[in-house]
Design a protein around this ligand. Structure first.
Ligand SMILES: [Mg+2]
Length: 176
């Protein structure tokens, strides 16, 4: 049961994940959560670090797709300025949104990863869909109260995970 919440990797921020490490592992499709993973709610246009990272992925021919539980309107508004494709109403922690992206962008699950800041939605969805996952630190801590409640449960799950898998800790890039 606990294993369902275990991320494949833990990396401090999304833009620390380098195309070199992605290539080494045969990853061609990078799915990412939106809020607090890719952008902060108070900085919807993203940071320079994010934009540089997106350019690096593009150069390396790695496809980036946003997979969000939010509505088409909300996700469209958020990713419009970044020019990214997206799957909305993804129903994470269920696997549907991830499966849809894998189908649409014609990748295999072995060539796909899901990046997100929440064990209970992003990582669980990735594991349900049998794709590898990266847990990142949330960009900012203040958040809607529903998310705040989730984070309370998250902290508990993380505590249990670290107990069972003592090597789990945030690193600077993908690792073996
Ligand atoms: Mg999030």
């Amino acid at each position: 049961m606990l294993g369902q919440f275990k991320p494949t990797w833990m990396v401090s921020a999304i833009y620390n994940i380098t195309p070199t490490e992605l290539n080494k592992r045969g990853i061609k499709l990078v799915l990412t959560d939106l809020d607090n993973t890719l952008i902060a709610w108070n900085n919807p246009s993203g940071t320079i670090a994010l934009k540089n990272w997106m350019q690096e992925l593009e150069k390396a021919d790695i496809q980036l797709v946003v997979v969000s539980n939010n509505s088409k309107r909300r996700v469209g508004q958020a990713v419009g300025p970044l020019g990214l494709p997206f799957v909305c109403r993804a129903l994470k922690p269920l696997p549907f949104g991830i499966n849809k992206a894998v189908r649409n962008w014609k990748a295999t699950k072995a060539e796909t990863i899901m990046i997100g800041d929440q064990l209970l939605t992003d990582v669980l969805a990735a594991n349900s869909s049998h794709v590898r996952s990266v847990l990142v630190k949330p960009i900012i801590k203040t958040d809607a109260w529903v998310t705040w409640f989730n984070r309370f449960v998250e902290r508990y799950v993380m505590k249990m995970l670290v107990k069972k898998y003592p090597k789990l800790t945030f690193r600077e890039d993908l690792y073996d």
